[in-house]
Design a protein around this ligand. Structure first.
Ligand code: SF4
Length: 405
């Protein structure tokens, strides 16, 4: 490498790749976390782990991964499962489109490709939900294809290593600066330049692990195997990389979540000596609402969301983007009467907004269908746990004493 002509404009100039790759891998094999997918070469299992790891911490994903594989050990077993069961195993991981896409993709692999996992980038990217990241991760780890994997951790490491691409010294052969304009492209090119003769799957995992364990938002530079060549470290400008975008507060969507009971519920409840005087209207201790339902064998209404879109296919409590008199007007049109505003709110942050639901106990005065959902069922509290539900609804059910902690 020392005899190559110097291109001072090249963003990777000054990086000695054999040394970098060797140090990175040596560090990785000494320090990598023992994760259940770590030694795996089965493309189906790697695919599951990579999809779970998007938006999810490794520790959380590990438990889900083990549960998933004990229920769906092969692509065929996943293809044959009901969507509801798939969503139930995924419950709590969020971004449910990932589970629905895994299920749809498994059916394509099993039904159209004879159960054989694709080995080309073109074919694997034709599967629902498989983008550049997942394709590169599966193909590099399972089939040793030289495709760089760039997640948020790798972007952070590379941004600091290059101090955003300022250049001096030698560049790797075959990579032109013109192709390295954007941070993600540049990071992928740097990772791919570091493969050399090593297994791309290990190198990819080593970069990601370095970002997860050492080059953290608050980096541990003295422990870093790449500090010898890190430009941000050398120039004491670590805080400047990666450049931060100004953060904007999440928009808040306020609404109401209904514990919706059948028409006979208030009569039964008022007969309950433990509730009188005041009946349900005077109830302030939220968990006792669930106890009341159990005592009278009363069901509540669960509704199922459409298959597509946010939280698609999950079961939830009926909910409306309104409160107070606006809510009362909407409910009146649906023959629903509010019985109790609990004054309690449940909140959940999604990537692009925060939802805040006020918990309302209500009753149907005239039994009918709620048109905003694909299906509705009267369900006893003891049956709730068998339905896949969004986190914020599980929290509401817990506060109302309908399900345990
Ligand atoms: S030296 Fe520090 S900033 Fe540079 S790559 Fe290592 S941990 Fe990150």
């Amino acid at each position: 490498m020392a005899d190559r002509p110097v291109d001072p404009e090249h963003p990777f100039s000054g990086i000695r790749f054999p040394e970098l790759s060797h140090r990175l891998l040596a560090w990785f094999f000494r320090n990598k976390r023992e994760l259940p997918w770590r030694e795996e070469h089965d493309p189906y299992r790697i695919w599951i782990s990579e999809v779970m790891l998007q938006q999810t911490r490794s520790e959380t994903a590990s438990d889900y991964y083990r549960r998933w594989l004990s229920r769906f050990p092969t692509v065929e077993s996943l293809a044959r499962a009901d969507q509801e069961e798939v969503l139930k195993i995924w419950e709590g991981l969020g971004y449910y489109g990932r589970a629905r896409n895994l299920h749809r993709s498994a059916r394509i692999i099993a039904d159209s490709w004879g159960g054989v996992f694709p080995e080309t980038e073109e074919l694997i990217r034709s599967l629902p939900g498989v983008g550049e990241y997942t394709a590169a991760a599966v193909l590099s780890i399972a089939f040793a294809k030289p495709l760089g994997v760039v997640d948020g951790n790798v972007l952070r490491v590379v941004s600091r290593l290059l101090a955003d691409g300022e250049a001096s010294g030698h560049g790797p052969p075959g990579i032109k600066p013109a192709n390295l304009g954007q941070p993600k492209k540049r990071a992928r090119a740097l990772v791919e330049a570091s493969f050399l003769h090593y297994h791309p799957g290990w190198i990819n995992q080593a970069w990601m692990e370095l970002g997860a364990l050492v080059c953290l938002p608050k980096p541990r530079c003295p422990q870093c195997p790449l500090s010898y060549t890190c430009r941000a470290y050398r120039e004491e400008r670590i805080d400047a990389f990666p450049p931060r975008l100004p953060s904007r507060p999440l928009p808040i969507r306020a609404g109401s979540l209904l514990l919706l009971l059948p028409a006979a519920a208030p009569v039964l409840m008022r007969r309950d000596r433990e509730v009188e005087p005041g009946g349900l209207m005077g109830e302030t201790h939220l968990p006792s609402i669930g106890a009341l339902l159990r005592r009278h064998d009363l069901p509540l209404l669960l509704v199922r969301r459409a298959d597509s879109g946010l939280l698609g296919g999950l079961w939830e409590l009926p909910n409306y983007p309104a409160r107070g008199s606006e809510l009362a007007e909407q409910l009146a049109r649906l023959s629903i009467q509010p019985l109790l505003d609990t004054g309690t709110e449940v909140r959940h942050r999604y990537s692009h907004f925060e939802i805040r639901f006020r918990l309302i106990v209500a009753v149907f005065t005239d039994q009918r269908r709620l048109d905003s959902w694909t299906e509705q069922r009267w369900v006893l509290p003891a049956e709730l746990d068998s339905y896949p539900r969004p986190k914020v609804h599980i929290e509401a059910m817990r506060l109302l004493g309908l399900v345990g902690d």
